[in-house]
Each structure stands twice: as structure tokens, then as C-alpha cells.
Design a protein around this ligand. Structure first.
Ligand SMILES: [Zn+2]
Length: 384
């Protein structure tokens, strides 16, 4: 193990700590919760001279805030914000024993997103140990809970972002982006559409009104005319918005005219498209075709699109450190959008490839991990 570098050792220890989001396991399963991760990171950060604070979000589940103060008074703040939870199931348990082999580290969370935790923590640690801190920028390692389920960690933090001690000029959210700087992703609106009819005996269908037939026309419109219209809109980093009818339920048996039918719809939005606007355009579409249906939201917490200015000076600085000429858009949602909603410009960045996230043999390339730590260190050293 002589070739184990500090960041690889760090990642190995992190992967060995189960931190499965409680949403994926039965209540009380010993592998759940972010607290093992939070405690370990807190101890590591404290040892490097950072001051540590736990921010309770849910009972027994806290965001971890570790601050490296600047050499002078704090005028700016940067967040390095990976999440502390992972997906996982009991039958994937072998993945909790990390394996380093052939230039890879394999294990649950290796790429999503403990690789980012390790690279970010290592970068802050190097700056702390070097004794050359930024003059006026506080560097904060923000370990977030619950990214894999409800993003309650980032939503909670974002709700406090107007306070002086939490606001920041930029959040670098840790996700495996192959060390690309990501400034945009789509939002996601989930809707339920319902048609109502009038029940009648199957032998006398003319006495009823068939809710399933009405819905068949709604589905055809959404998947046809509506989708065609969406494909004419386009965003330089994200392409076109999309629509998908994901489920349908209606009627009970062959000899009854169904009086009720429900579908669920997933509509991926571009920056600038709100849920209100989406509902309005679907309502208008149905009206034009003289169809009557009700629309309801299927989510309590909306997933907004992310669009951060690629020309933001700190985004440019991160691109320079990463050797990237341009920023990218991605198709997945993460903690960046809730933080941006709270007023903190956010980008997504980290070692590893999202293609290996949530897989049965999740791994990360050690070269990517090392490079990630180096890029982040350089970015932090150039802060004023
Ligand atoms: Zn993730």
C-alpha cells in the first residue's frame, strides 16, 4: 500500500463508512444515515485547523459546515458542497468494502459522491496546511445530507443563505462531472392529469361518458403535437425540453364505462420555463382541442432548472484551474439548483463519471480523483 496517496486513503476510509440514504432501507437499518460520514469529515477537517459546525436538518441528520477562515476579515465565501449520502441496498453490501486495483477504487459511493468529498476535503486540507490562506475569502466545506432523495440538506442551507454567515459568492457542488464545469441542467415538473366521465353499464355505453377514451386523446396530444412543439425550443447547453407520459390508470372492468382516468407526466424544463407556464401551455393545448381535464402537481418540492452565468468571474477561475474553455450542461438534477434558488450561484464539478453512479460495481478512476484534488487546490489558492 506504499503507493496510497493521501486522497486515495481518504476515499478508502470514506467508502468504508456506510451512509445509505434512509429512504432506501427499512427504518433503523444500521447502514443508514449520513452521521458516520459527517463525524469522520468533521474530525478530519478539525485536525487540519478548520472550525466545524453541525447544522441539524432532520432528526439525527445534520449538514456539516467546516470553515477555513481567511488571513484577514471575511469578505467573500466559497462553498465546496458534496453530499454525504449514497444510494444502496443490503444486497450491495460487498461494495462497502473498498477495493483499490488497476487504477480504480471500487465501492459504494466511490464516484457518487465520496470521490468529490475526498477531493474537496483534500484540497481544503492542503490549503490549510500550506499556511497560505486567501486574504478575504472564507473556504467552506459543506457536507450536505439527503441529496439522493429529497435534497433537504441543500434546501435547508439555501433557506438560510440570506444570513451573513451562510451566504456565498459561489457553490461548487460535488458530483462526478469528469472534471468538467457544469453550469446548467434542466428542471423537472411532475404533473397528474385526470379526465372524468360518467359511469354506465357496458351494454349501454351510449348512456355514459368514457374517461379512458378522453384520456387516450390527451395522451396522443401530449406525445404528439405537444412534444413536436417542444422540440422546436432549444438551449445552447441543454437542447430541447421533453415530455413523457409515464403512467396511466383508469376504469375497473370491461363491462363498466369508466368514469375516471389518471396519467402522470414528466416534463423536463429549460431555464426560464416555470411550472406555472408548463401548466398553462398544457391547459391551452387541451382547450384548443376541446378536451376537459384537471391538472395537479405531483411534487411538493419543485426541481428548478439550473443556469449559472458561465462568465461569472469565479466560474471562469474554476474553468482555468480545470483547463476548460467552456462549461457544460447535464441531464441530471443535484444540489446545485436548490442552492441557486437560495441566491448562491452554483456550478457542479467533480472527479469520476456519472455513468458509474448507482451501479453494482461503482468505481472511480484514481487519476481523476488525484487530478480533481489538484484542480480544486489550485482554484482555492487563487482566491483573493
Ligand atoms: Zn450524487
Amino acid at each position: 500500500m506504499a503507493s496510497m496517496t493521501p486522497v486515495v486513503r481518504l476515499l478508502r476510509e470514506l467508502v468504508a463508512l456506510p451512509s445509505v440514504n434512509p429512504a432506501f432501507l427499512p427504518a433503523g437499518d444500521p447502514r443508514t444515515g449520513e452521521s458516520r460520514m459527517a463525524d469522520f469529515v468533521a474530525a478530519t477537517a478539525a485536525m487540519a485547523g478548520l472550525s466545524v459546525e453541525f447544522q441539524q436538518v432532520l432528526p439525527g441528520r445534520s449538514n456539516l459546515i467546516a470553515r477555513l477562515s481567511p488571513s484577514g476579515p471575511t469578505r467573500h465565501r466559497i462553498l465546496l458542497a458534496p453530499h454525504l449520502d449514497t444510494v444502496g441496498q443490503p444486497h450491495l453490501d460487498p461494495l462497502l468494502r473498498p477495493r483499490v486495483q488497476g487504477g480504480r477504487l471500487t465501492g459504494r459511493g466511490a464516484c457518487d459522491t465520496k470521490g468529490c468529498v475526498a477531493a474537496m476535503l483534500e484540497a481544503v486540507r492542503r490549503v490549510a496546511r500550506s499556511g497560505r490562506r486567501p486574504a478575504s475569502t472564507e473556504i467552506v466545506f459543506l457536507g450536505l445530507i439527503d441529496e439522493e432523495n429529497g435534497q433537504s440538506g441543500s434546501r435547508h442551507y439555501a433557506g438560510l443563505a440570506s444570513r451573513r454567515e451562510y451566504g456565498a459568492q459561489l457553490a461548487v457542488v460535488g458530483e462526478p462531472t469528469r472534471l468538467e464545469v457544469v453550469t446548467a441542467h434542466k428542471g423537472d415538473v411532475w404533473l397528474q392529469v385526470r379526465t372524468r366521465g360518467r359511469a354506465a353499464h357496458g351494454a349501454t355505453p351510449h348512456l355514459g361518458r368514457n374517461a379512458v377514451h378522453a384520456m387516450a386523446r390527451v395522451v396522443d396530444l401530449l406525445e404528439g403535437e405537444y412534444r413536436a412543439g417542444l422540440s422546436e425550443r432549444s438551449h445552447p447547453l441543454l437542447g430541447s425540453p421533453t415530455v413523457n407520459v409515464g403512467s396511466i390508470r383508469g376504469g375497473t372492468q370491461p363491462n363498466i364505462v369508466p368514469d375516471d382516468c389518471v396519467i402522470s407526466v414528466d416534463r423536463r424544463t429549460l431555464p426560464g420555463e416555470s411550472e406555472t407556464a408548463v401548466r398553462r401551455e398544457i391547459r391551452d393545448l387541451l382547450k384548443r382541442h376541446k378536451l376537459v381535464a384537471t391538472l395537479d402537481t405531483l411534487r411538493t418540492a419543485p426541481c428548478h432548472p439550473l443556469e449559472t452565468d458561465p462568465g461569472h468571474p469565479l466560474v471562469l477561475a474554476l474553468c482555468r484551474a480545470a483547463g476548460r474553455r467552456r462549461t457544460l450542461g447535464v441531464h441530471y438534477f443535484c444540489d446545485a439548483a436548490p442552492l441557486a434558488e437560495g441566491g448562491i450561484p452554483a456550478v457542479v464539478f467533480g472527479p469520476g463519471d456519472i455513468a458509474q453512479a448507482h451501479t453494482r460495481d461503482e468505481w472511480i478512476s484514481l487519476a481523476s480523483l488525484e487530478r480533481g484534488a489538484t484542480i480544486l487546490e489550485e482554484f482555492l489558492r487563487n482566491l483573493e
